[in-house]
Design a protein around this ligand. Structure first.
Ligand code: SF4
Length: 465
């Protein structure tokens, strides 16, 4: 059997990669006379690196490459000053967050391979995005440098032990037998190439299963929900999932549905926002990674499913258009009737972000929050289907309730892609005719979200008539 090929990055993943590349380029501008190593392959890059460091003297290398046994490490920025080495790893995260474990791990790995190749870095630092940067400022203010030499030193010994065992395992002619672990959930190989092949009910579909419980089950040979024996203590929501998987029949609590639906007040507004968030701000006076509300869709219905209106707004991409968006939203959403959203925490956060910047509109915006009803909570409280696989996202729920509707036929089918498309529009990456098409696709996507809510609400109502 051939080696499985990883899927190509999605549109949104590609956007993150591109922004990472841009940040890497910005970091290099802070080091004068640096030499970029880009010979086309790891081996050639390694040879070039060795050639460049062979001569004594100060030097700055970008993407210096080192190979030890089968392991390759590329140092984002490596400097030798008066015979001492300094390593800088460039990251897209912001300094207001704690240094992530995986960032220290990355730096430790690079430091370890350098070490094995005979380069002992005096300091190992992370260059992260400064929260204080604003569009138009000097590149120097974009980065904040954090020395993590001590944290790396603490991990080095452990890394060395693991490194030896990984080299030993990868050097063997027989493939090790894979076992189910929590990270399998996010692994691209899981379903088609590895332990998930032909497994419809993997253990991690059990909602909020702790790592301890997960590992206990796997150690006892239980890697599917249907393999869990009846005497095991589960939480009430895990018990529902277990029963549903065992019986292959959906679970439904009609009383709870009725209780929730009775709280909805006419006329009903179904509201959904889309946002954009980028490391390099799109507009002046925006912090890196600030979430900017860019569009909304509202469907308005009576209790008898008569559509009263559909309103939508998509920001002008070249300016921060939030004032116009907020004023239009307040006009379109009325002052009475329930506002149904899917996953209220996010939508409330978006409204509060508008309250922060437009205090003169705060009372009217906060009044929207008071009217919000979370459709996701209604579904979560009262329904489970084995095909949900532990997820209550609207993309998972919609095909269960409304099989004739899905997101596959849309050109933009998820929020991350919508965000990436808007960022590309704002950066002028599309010619005008393409930009028109992308804007239409964005509106179609947001409209689908609110119409999906209408249809799911309808189906829930039908269950209790
Ligand atoms: S599915 Fe799990 S065991 Fe298989 S490669 Fe992915 S993470 Fe490893």
């Amino acid at each position: 059997m051939g080696v499985p090929v990883l899927p190509q990055p999605s549109y949104s993943q590609e956007a993150i990669i591109q922004e990472g590349i841009k940040i890497g380029e910005m970091a290099r501008t802070l080091f004068s006379d640096g030499i970029l190593i880009n010979e086309g392959s790891n081996i050639l890059n390694y040879k070039k690196t060795l050639q460049l460091i062979a001569n004594a003297g100060n030097i700055t290398l970008f993407e210096a490459t080192f190979i030890y046994q089968n392991a390759v490490a590329r140092a984002d920025i490596l400097q030798r000053i008066h015979g001492e080495w300094f390593l800088f790893e460039v990251k897209s995260s912001v300094t207001s967050d704690q240094v992530k474990d995986e960032e220290i791990d990355d730096a430790t790995y690079t430091g370890m391979i350098l070490d094995l190749c005979g380069i002992q870095a005096k300091t190992i630092s992370l260059m992260r995005v400064s929260k204080d940067y604003r569009l138009g400022m000097d590149n120097r203010t974009f980065f904040s440098v954090t020395d993590c030499t001590e944290a790396v030193q603490e991990r080095l010994l452990n890394f060395r032990c693991k490194f030896d065992s990984i080299m030993d395992a990868t050097g063997r002619s027989n493939k090790p037998t894979p076992t189910l672990i929590m990270p399998c959930k996010q692994c691209d190989f899981f379903e088609n190439h590895c332990v998930g092949k032909g497994v419809p009910d993997p253990l991690f579909d059990l909602s909020r299963i702790s790592s301890k419980k997960f590992n206990e089950f796997v150690a006892n040979g239980i890697y599917r929900i249907s393999m869990i024996p009846a005497h095991h203590i589960l939480t009430s929501s895990q018990e529902i999932i277990w029963q549903t998987v065992k019986n292959q029949r959906p679970w439904c609590d009609l009383n709870k549905i009725t209780e929730h639906l009775n709280k909805i007040v006419e006329p009903v507004y179904y509201l959904d926002f889309e946002t954009v968030s980028t490391a390099i701000p799109l507009y002046p006076d925006i912090t890196p990674y600030e979430t900017i509300v860019t569009q909304y869709s509202i469907h308005q219905y009576t209790a008898l499913w008569k559509e009263l209106a559909h309103c939508e707004f998509l920001a002008e991409q070249h300016i921060d258009d939030r004032r116009r968006l907020t004023e239009r939203l307040l006009d379109d959403i009325g002052t009475t009737g329930s506002v149904i959203v899917y996953h209220a925490a996010a939508e409330k956060r978006f409204i509060l972000s508008l309250v922060d910047i437009f205090p003169d509109l705060a009372n009217r915006l906060l009044a929207i929050i008071d009217r919000i009803i979370d459709l996701k909570i209604i579904v979560q409280d009262s329904y489970y289907h084995q095909d949900l696989h532990g997820s209550y996202s609207i993309k998972a729920v919609l095909p269960i309730f409304v099989p004739d509707m899905n997101y596959n036929e849309l050109d933009i089918g998820d929020g991350l892609t919508a965000s990436a498309v808007f960022a590309n529009l704002a950066r002028g990456k599309y010619p005008p005719d393409e930009a028109v098409i992308y804007r239409n696709n964005l509106m179609e996507y947001c409209k689908q979200d609110t119409f999906a809510m209408v249809r799911i609400h309808q189906k829930l109502a039908e269950l209790v008539v």
